[in-house]
Design a binder for this molecule. Structure first.
Ligand SMILES: Cc1cc2nc3c(=O)[nH]c(=O)nc-3n(C[C@H](O)[C@H](O)[C@H](O)COP(=O)(O)O)c2cc1C
Length: 348
């Protein structure tokens, strides 16, 4: 997820049980490769293998060059983005807008598979719109072109993030092709993970937004799938220590000035459903240095430790509706700005 799954966050998720994590997308347009943002996205130092880099664009030749360029810089898997619904990406006819042009999809996949000396995977939606759910055709094209695995977010481009996920379409894709299929969309709990695996028969599941502020969801899902029992939520002390380490990596990766701002969204997610989260966020938003931010986090966890030994999440049905609104607000802001997700691919 652009603006979220940077190297520090991917490393944390892998440490906490994610079997696999893909980089934020890198534009196929070489003019953008020299920017600070691209340089950070191309930096995989210390990352746990396999290093998977997602590329976005619409020109088969540029995408093939981008694949080679990223393999030369350490990518062990190249993933192609045909799942992004952001307007700017789609206006540039990249992301999920590509799904409407099956001939172009075939040309892109063939060119990238030929150019890359590593496995190439593809991320799609179920089609451009509810009137044209062509995921089955795209899956066949992908398999024929030599794509190694396919991730399906079970919504059409037009549906964006609204409405139910079409797990039946994902199941049909799985039945259609022999390559591994990964189901994605609205998997937020261990039970949902188990249910999606059962309903679709897929080889793996991909978790996106539910990992924001809750990277330990991966070990919770893995534990539940293995034992049928729930793993206890982290203790307050463990969560504090994990978040402190995440912050240290984040500060290191972005540099103090930028990191204080970019860490806020993660801290907003970490605290969105926790008692006292609102007070923490107003304190945290006033901080301007990493030392102040770190101190605000420590004060928050000290207060939380007085409430319980473990993290207790307040459910939406309870009274802390405003905490939930905060999370929704953060999501909305991401989508409305399209963060880097839209802007970069526009230029791709
Ligand atoms: C902020 C944000 C950024 C995203 N960026 C990308 C991206 O760069 N590439 C991609 O394939 N999907 C991207 N996605 C889509 C997610 O990978 C995923 O398909 C979608 O959120 C549905 O899964 P979920 O319900 O588990 O979040 C993004 C989603 C969000 C919320």
């Amino acid at each position: 997820m652009a603006g979220v799954t940077d190297r520090p966050f991917r490393q944390l998720c892998k440490r906490l049980g994610a079997g696999y994590a893909v980089s934020e997308m890198v534009a196929a347009n070489p003019k953008l490769w020299g920017t600070d943002k691209s340089r950070r996205r191309l930096d995989h130092a210390g990352e746990v293998a396999p290093i998977a880099v997602q590329i976005a664009g619409s020109d088969p030749g540029l995408l093939a060059d981008a694949a080679r360029y990223n393999v030369d810089r350490g990518a062990q898997i190249i993933d192609i983005n045909m799942g992004c619904p952001a307007k700017k990406v789609c206006n540039a006819f990249a992301g999920s807008a590509l799904l409407a042009n099956e001939a172009l999809v075939a040309a892109i996949l063939t060119a990238v598979v030929r150019a890359a000396s590593v496995p190439v995977t593809l991320k799609i939606r179920t089609g451009p719109s509810p009137r044209n759910r062509n995921a089955l055709a795209i899956a066949q094209i992908a398999e024929g072109a030599g794509v190694a695995a396919l991730t399906v977010h079970g919504r059409t481009r037009e549906c964006a993030f609204v409405g139910s996920v079409e797990y039946e379409t994902i199941a049909a894709v799985k039945r259609q092709v022999a390559i591994p299929v990964i189901a994605n969309g609205d998997i937020r709990t261990p039970e949902e993970a188990q249910s999606v695996l059962g309903r679709t028969g897929v080889d793996a599941i991909m978790v996106g937004r539910a990992a924001q502020g809750r990277p330990w969801i991966f070990r919770e899902i893995a534990h539940y799938l293995a034992t049928g029992r729930h793993l206890a939520s982290p203790t307050v002390a463990e969560a504090h220590s994990l978040i402190a380490e995440h912050l240290a990596d984040h500060y290191d990766f972005y540099g103090e000035e930028m990191a204080v701002r970019t860490a806020r969204k993660h801290l907003g997610w970490y605290t969105a459903h926790l008692v006292g989260g609102e007070q923490f966020r107003s304190e945290m938003n006033a901080t301007t240095t990493v030392d102040e931010q770190r101190a605000a986090v420590t004060r928050f966890f000290d207060r939380l430790a007085d409430v319980d030994e473990r993290l207790i999440y307040v459910k939406p049905a309870d009274s802390v509706v405003r905490s939930i609104s905060m999370q929704d607000h953060l999501h909305r802001r991401q989508f409305s700005k399209h963060s880097s997700w839209g802007r970069e691919a526009l230029a791709a």
